[in-house]
Ligand binder design. Structure first.
Ligand code: FAD
Length: 507
């Protein structure tokens, strides 16, 4: 009897575990565009389009390879609306009683499959370099789960940038050569793909069904199949990678992408394999085409951060996205959706997010994330926002980055101290501050940069938790050395800012 082979929208890889375990001659692949998945958060229309177009093209490729694929489109009248519902429908059609599935990337769907009244075999997703067992083995007995040490293990495991037992270039990490302030001009542009017929169909569907969602659907230039994603990888390596490290943290008013790869969406839905990307980057380094600080910095993001946050997500369990150790309760300010704020850095990050479904790491961490943390926004509201608005957002990677790294809501599992900064950091790394309505150099007063005021407000209200942290002690000393009147003014003005924001005034 045939079995059903489930392929989800972020599992578009020929080498997927469920496909490897299947028998092409008798098993039936099930793929379904369902309302449960397009609607569990209000996804950016570009994200829905990427996934649906990717799914349709992947299904066509499987058919060309000889698979029988039962594919359900979003507006099919028979559509059951959920993954389990679609499996049940296909089981009835085919007489299958068993399902082979690759572990989904979020607890919500894992639980849905576990409760589906069919025999579902969940296979581990081996598109990741670290298995659950490897991560748990590494984490076991450690007091602190610092990414840097995990990363070294991953370098040894993969052999990437290794010279025997030693790291290439004599160091594990070249970050001291990275993170230069914003350059004056960037000529590089990411690769662009004109939508083909399949993608156009999907764009029309998404336009019709999700026109009220936050985010611009068109123009749409993302890769939607493996061949295009491979072109995007080659384009990045040839044109942007050499300067990736230097300007990794920079932000520019007029350039939204700088030297970033924009590959996360492709990797996260399975069009590119993380190891293949890292090997291509290593090759460019070995050929002398890119400097070590760029190659190492980029590979660290993937075999380090990407694998590490996934390990944390699965190790910490389904409750992790709900953590809130700082007890932040403020609702998400409206300008996260409208970009209507006088804080130019925030407005720029939100506008770009709305237009592109993309912002790079520092915009997510040190602008929208930093502001949310300083203002005491409920981390779960931020989690839902990040999960909705980015093309690459899937809970296994988004939640640890938001709840853990950006909001310190997990109490310091991922970050050894909160990622908070005053306007000074944003000014150093970007050109946003000069034309801003607020003054980044003003520490108090009507036009003082809100990041300056809120920074001390945050430090003051969380003194009990952070004063003893050696990495924050210096800042508390600076605060305590301030003139008491100045301290009081800062805290009063910060509170006034928060009250005005809460009241819905434009800030
Ligand atoms: P590049 O700057 O070119 O980096 C290369 C690759 O490294 C990325 O494609 C990505 O796969 C990986 N990477 C880099 N940093 C991280 C990281 N911290 N965690 C995991 N992988 C990383 N990344 C997602 O893929 N999905 C998310 O939903 C997501 N949400 C985030 C939310 C917050 C609050 C923050 C601070 C970060 C988040 N990130 C997320 C991580 C990171 O911001 C994005 O991976 C990156 O901006 C994607 O753009 P890029 O492909 O141009 O990356």
């Amino acid at each position: 009897m045939s079995r059903l082979i489930l392929v989800l929208g972020d599992q578009l890889s020929q080498g997927l575990a469920a496909l490897k375990a299947a028998d092409k001659a008798r098993d039936v692949v099930v793929m379904a565009e369902v309302a449960d998945e397009t609607g569990y958060v209000p996804h950016h229309p570009k994200k829905i389009a990427l996934i649906l177009a990717g799914m349709r093209k992947f299904a066509a490729r499987l058919r060309e390879d000889g698979w029988e694929v039962r594919y359900t489109e979003l507006d099919d009248t028979q559509n059951a609306g959920s993954i389990c519902g679609e499996l049940l429908r296909r089981a009835e059609e085919t007489g299958a009683t068993e399902v082979i599935a690759t572990e989904p990337g979020e607890w919500r769907l894992i639980n849905a499959l576990r409760h589906c009244p069919l025999k579902v075999h969940l296979l581990e997703d081996d598109r990741f370099i670290a298995s659950h067992a490897m991560f748990d083995q590494w984490a076991k007995g450690r007091k602190a789960l610092r990414m840097e040490y995990f990363y070294r293990e991953m370098r040894r495991k993969t052999g990437l940038l290794m010279e025997g037992d030693d790291p290439a270039g004599g160091q594990w990490n070249f970050d001291h050569d990275n993170r230069k302030p914003a350059p004056d001009a960037v000529t590089h542009r990411p690769i662009w793909f004109e939508p083909d017929a399949v993608t156009e169909d999907v764009l029309d569907l998404v336009e019709a069904k999700f026109s009220n969602s936050f985010g611009k659907l068109r123009p749409f230039g993302f890769a939607t199949d493996r061949a295009q994603a491979q072109q995007a990888l080659a384009h990045f390596i040839d044109h942007a990678l050499p300067r990736f490290g230097d300007y990794q943290d920079a932000m520019l008013d007029e350039n939204r992408f700088l030297y970033h790869s924009l590959l996360s969406g492709y990797m996260n839905i399975g069009l590119l394999d993380p190891l293949e990307i890292c090997q291509a980057v290593e090759k460019a380094y070995e050929n002398g085409d890119v400097p070590i600080n760029a190659a190492e910095g980029f590979i660290r993001q993937i075999i380090g951060w990407r694998e590490y946050v996934r390990g944390i997500y699965f190790r910490e369990g389904p409750e992790y996205p709900g953590r809130n150790v700082l007890k932040h309760k403020r609702k998400l300010p409206w300008f996260y959706w409208s970009a209507e704020t006088d804080m130019r850095c925030v407005a720029k990050a939100v506008e770009q997010t709305r237009d592109e479904a993309y912002a790079h790491h520092i915009q997510r961490l040190m602008v929208t994330g930093n502001f949310g943390l300083l203002a005491g926004v409920d981390p779960h509201a931020l989690h839902e926002w990040y999960l909705s608005v980015y093309i690459d957002a899937f809970e296994w990677v988004e939640a640890p980055n938001t709840v853990g790294m950006s909001q310190f809501a997990d109490g310091g599992i991922i970050a050894s101290k909160p990622y908070v900064s005053s306007g000074n950091y944003i000014n150093k790394m970007s050109d946003h501050c000069k034309p801003c309505a607020y003054s980044v150099t003003a520490k108090t007063g009507e036009n003082a940069c809100p990041f300056n005021l809120l920074y001390w407000h945050f430090m003051d209200r969380h003194r009990d938790r952070f004063e003893g942290n050696p990495r924050m002690a210096q800042m508390y000393r600076t605060f305590d050395r301030m003139d008491p009147d100045k301290r009081e003014t800062i805290l009063r003005e910060a509170q006034d800012f928060l009250d005005r924001m809460e009241a819905g005034e434009r800030v």
